[in-house]
Write a protein that binds this ligand. Sequence first.
Ligand code: RNT
Ligand code: ZN
Length: 425
Amino acid sequence: MFKFDNEYVEKNYELAKKAYAAFGVDTDEVMKKMDDIQLSIHCWQGDDVTGFETGADGISGGGILATGNYPGRARNAEELRQDLDKAFSLIPGKHRVNLHAIYAETDGKYVERDEISTEHFERWINWAKERKIGIDFNGTFFSHKMADSGYTLSSKDSEVRSFWLRHGKRCRKIAADIGKELGTPCVINTWIPDGSKDLPADRMVYRSILKDSLDELFAEKYDKNHMLDAVESKLFGIGSESYVVGSHEFYMGYAVKNDLLLCLDAGHFHPTETISDKISSLLNFLDEILLHVSRGVRWDSDHVAILSDDLLAIAQEVKRSNAFNRVHFALDYFDASINRIAAWVTGSRAALKAIMIALLEPTKLLVEEENAGRLANRLALMEEFKMLPYSAVWNKYCLDKGVPVGTDWLSDVAGYEAEVLSKRK
Ligand code: RNT
Ligand code: ZN
């Protein structure tokens, strides 16, 4: 495989620096800005969204599905943290980890979801403290017998609904504790699978129930320095093809009215609909938003993120709106058919590359052409900027951060697979 030597990387960088300077962009500055970018890296890629509850055997239902049986899935929290450490060592920068309630550590004891508390996340908190990284959180409203009807917080069954309300409230308290302990607000995202395979006769009733449930769930106010609430919509899932209670319009209305973060998952819209154009609209009404960086492929909303036009457009919109301090980039995908560390690294590096390319864009020049009405020039410059030597800046950034350049990290993953993953039965 092609291997970059350091001299090649340095020389290329010097040339790239000149090319960007010609358009008024300081590449050293951009690399400094990259240090402030913290992705929220989802723990659930490491074990196919299984979690550690006693008796758990992978996600079932709930509109999401991890397919594949590549060997080496993390079977417990120790293994998952070890795998995350490996992935983090191959991704430039310092990033957060995103947990789900099912990653509670209960030492072999079955603790019902409406009874979990911060103590079950103590080891995660200590691990994050040692690494000086933040943690984000999610209630888990799927893969559970109380979710088998297809409805949770919007259920007509008050027993089901109150169970999930107790779970959600516990999760918010855990998130607030985590944020306080770590000194960085914990973003807690609420996604529920509620919906229907076939046409509902009464779409209104579930949405009214969900609204009431959310009012109760979010009634308790927490310090925003400790915890930030987000709500995530979806268009359809497996088994909820005809109707999803928490649709985009539903949650957009709810978030705006109640001053929450809205979570936009790139895989949760019509196949030809992208989320990039939504960012500047939402930021006129919301302080902050959460993104789930993912890739929809046909019916699946959760393929490994890649440096696609869509992802680049998202990063450009955030850059052009000068909103990196208001937009949280979280990853959300799960592929069980390939090496899971490689899946983390590929997706994380893709997100960072997109952000770096956006930061390197000579946006000022585009806006000048736009303001002067020279729209042909604006288009021509946009085309030209696609060819700027961002890869040389990216390689230099990786080198400076002490992570492998190019695809050198693949041999690290192969070594880890041989030594660690392949021994897991
Ligand atoms: C599901 C949502 C949700 C989940 C994670 C595991 O469609 O995207 O964000 O993927 O919570
Ligand atoms: Zn998501």
